[in-house]
Design a protein around this ligand. Structure first.
Ligand code: KIV
Length: 271
């Protein structure tokens, strides 16, 4: 007798229902096949091919340099490793802000060539036309407010956003606008927990927080940070579940010793 277990794929509708049912949503980044397979097997609801790939995969200081072609490549790799999670891909800097036609073209490429299930873009009212155009084409859009790293040269720092009333009010009004425009979810990055709670209670679409406190409808972290591969990056909001930097450098230095001492390979490891 074979046991048939149906794998229930996560959709944008699943996330909407999770918010309604008060079930927390989990999201992690991934940028390659092998990692995506492990992250999916670990049971996250959604995988983000973040433009943080520019930092953790390519070693840039900001997310700005990564191109649409590079993001599409990372997305293709992730898609091949995922069976269950909803796959969301970032549109990189410069591919959606200037005009809505270009935004739609970028989103279509990400869906068609990358194989993403949805795209994420940063900003509120400034990108209203782009969001409208993409949503009208039937492409699910995840918004991103608060600390939006593609605007780092405008902000000047990676400090907590929206601590002042005026910025908090704009963020709240942007969140309502994104809901109205048909975004299916919204990332809130590095804002006060109280504000994130208020936003989450004021809109019907799920909020996914990173450095935005416990009252968001879900949480997202960058995979390399949560498994401790980034020694030098320790923001307050980050919980490290492993210390892979130490584990991996330890394993590599043991390998180097074994080869130098002619201990590897041994008889059992030879043909
Ligand atoms: O690029 C990214 O990884 C992100 C998350 C931090 C939300 O946008």
């Amino acid at each position: 007798m074979s046991v048939h277990t149906e794998l229930k794929k996560i959709t944008t509708e699943t996330l909407r229902k999770m918010k309604f049912d008060k079930v927390k949503i989990t999201m992690l980044t991934a940028y390659d096949f092998t990692t995506a397979k492990m992250v999916d097997a670990g049971g996250v609801d959604s995988i983000l091919i973040g433009d943080s790939a520019a930092n953790v995969m390519a070693g840039f200081d900001t997310t700005l340099p990564i191109t649409l072609d590079q993001m599409i490549y990372h997305t293709q790799c992730v898609v091949r490793g995922v069976e269950r999670a909803l796959i969301v891909a970032d549109l990189p800097f410069g591919t959606y802000q200037s005009n809505s036609e270009k935004a739609l073209e970028s989103a279509v490429r990400m869906m068609k060539e990358g194989g993403a299930h949805a795209i994420k873009i940063e900003g509120g009212i400034e990108i209203e036309k782009s969001i409208r155009k993409i949503v009208n084409a039937g492409i699910p859009v995840m918004g991103h407010l608060g600390l939006t790293p593609q605007s780092i040269y405008q902000f000047g720092t990676y400090k907590v956003r929206a601590k002042e009333d005026a910025e908090a009010e704009k963020l709240m009004s942007d969140a309502k606008l994104l809901e109205e425009l048909g975004c299916f979810a919204l990332v809130l990055e590095k804002i006060p927990a109280d504000l994130a709670k208020k936003v989450s209670e004021s809109i019907s679409i799920p909020t996914i927080g990173i450095g935005a406190g416990p009252d968001c409808d879900g949480q997202v972290l960058v995979y390399h940070d949560m498994v401790g591969m980034n020694k030098g990056f320790s923001p307050k909001f980050l919980r490290r579940y492993l210390d892979l930097y130490t584990e991996i450098t330890g394993a590599v230095s043991q390998y180097v010793k074994d080869v130098k001492n002619a201990d590897f390979p041994n008889q059992n490891e030879s043909y």
